[in-house]
Design a protein around this ligand. Sequence first.
Ligand SMILES: [Zn+2]
Length: 368
Amino acid sequence: MVNPFHLQAGQPLQETLKYDKAETVGPQRAELLCGGDIVFHPITYSSQYEQVVPPYDFSHMFVRMGPHLARADFATITFETVCDPDMPYAGYPVFNSPTEAIPAMKKVGFGALATATNHALDGAGLSSHDKTLRAMDQAGVDHFGSYLPDKDRTPYIKDIQGIKVAFLNYAEMYNGNEVALADQDLARLSPLKIDLIRQDITAARQAGADLVAVFPHWGIEYQTLPSPEQRELAREMVAAGADLVIGSHPHVIAPAEWIDQDGRRAYVAYSLGNAMSNQRAAFLGTIDTEIGCFLRLQLEKDKEGSRVKEASLLPSTVYINTKTGGKKYEAGLIQDFLVAEDLTDQDKAHMTNLKNRAEEILGQALPA
Ligand SMILES: [Zn+2]
């Protein structure tokens, strides 16, 4: 090892220090796990279809993801509902879910919840949205994407094993409820506009972010390929400085791609699909909505900078467990269900179908 305090004549200080650091420190590494959307259909946490009746139980939803959440240094998921205890609880089309959902997500291992979705103004609109974010603050769960009126629009940055990652989230629409909003209220919900995204990415970099992850809630429902407009917008986000673009909303998964930009490599996953929902083939006529993806990312930081080293889309589904009485909606990776001891041969045959279909969708060529 070179001792920088004992330089030899003619040896440049800068080079010596650089060499020394590389030799002794090595890169910092972090693993990030991102889920798609939680669509809060009542049956997934309440005993009845369409009606929300107590007791509510969210604890089983991600229990099978436990080992994957535990090995990750940080995990996020999209929280596609509001929690307003002063309004009737409801499922589709205007969601309002019990506040118990929030600490349950924290307990299972999601460190931050994305809140800019087309359902962010469900319940009674903006007041329900604000109650939801305050409940998250109260439960000590981080959130990103939308903001409370008394908070500045500051990018959410999380230090994950020494790598500072900015998480930004935007929604393409708010189901028409945004029309009545004043501009300053709409701005705190984060509409999917490239100017706003550029401004936030710049603010995130200035605040010290090593990497920037943008979560657009976008696209056309049930389409397993992004539109040319989405691919264009993804490129604009990457050009603006995004290292990761992680989409959701269409209820189905879509292929991903790497984009090279000025010597950087950015990863774009167009849609992670449903992480949790009751969108079943039995009544939708397609197994596509039963397939989601968890995105596992290996991040790295060294003296040269920070980067997304590896990205893996892990196909997932929701298994309805009836073995302990009632119905428990359990999200998990298809690869795990295929070797799970408690699944029947028939369950596993279905899992094989889901796996094959997931591979088919992810293997599609992207449109020009
Ligand atoms: Zn959505």
